[in-house]
Design a protein around this ligand. Sequence first.
Ligand code: GNR
Ligand code: NI
Length: 168
Amino acid sequence: MATLKILLFPDPKLRTVAKPVEKIDDSIVKLTENMLQTMYEGSGIGLAATQVDVHIRVIVIDISDEKNSPLVLINPKIDKIIDSQQKSYSEGCLSVPGIYEELKRPGTVEISALNVEGNKFTLIAEGLLSVVIQHEMDHLEGRMMVDSLSNLKREIIRKKMIKLKASN
Ligand code: GNR
Ligand code: NI
């Protein structure tokens, strides 16, 4: 396994729209393993392939405290918004380290995806899981947490991230 480099905002590659996975082969399995390792190493609870500069529709998630419940979603879709009432959550992002922003999203959603064996599954996500899945699916569309902020706030964050990159 390998740790992958995470792209940082405002890297324009984070704006790439990811393509569907057509065939789940060894390279996809290996990618999911490396993404999980990268996520755990960064103390994240989710990671989209976009963030490691691979522009296909793959996300990994683990919201468990023990970090022993990895979830892989390939070609994820929101089938149904079950509770459209927007819920607010303080979100972080490994591509915008150290920044937390309150974002509103639908509370409960029904998701379908393929697992790493290529089998379709559905799940009803609520609470933190729902937030993280929606956050990761935004990455696959080239959208980011900072997009809904004011231009001023986004500009402050952009400058912070450029300084952070220069100091690394
Ligand atoms: O680690 C992460 N924590 C988090 C907290 C609240 C809402 C969303 C997230 S996802 C984030 C990891 C990440 O950047 N995924 O793209
Ligand atoms: Ni993120």
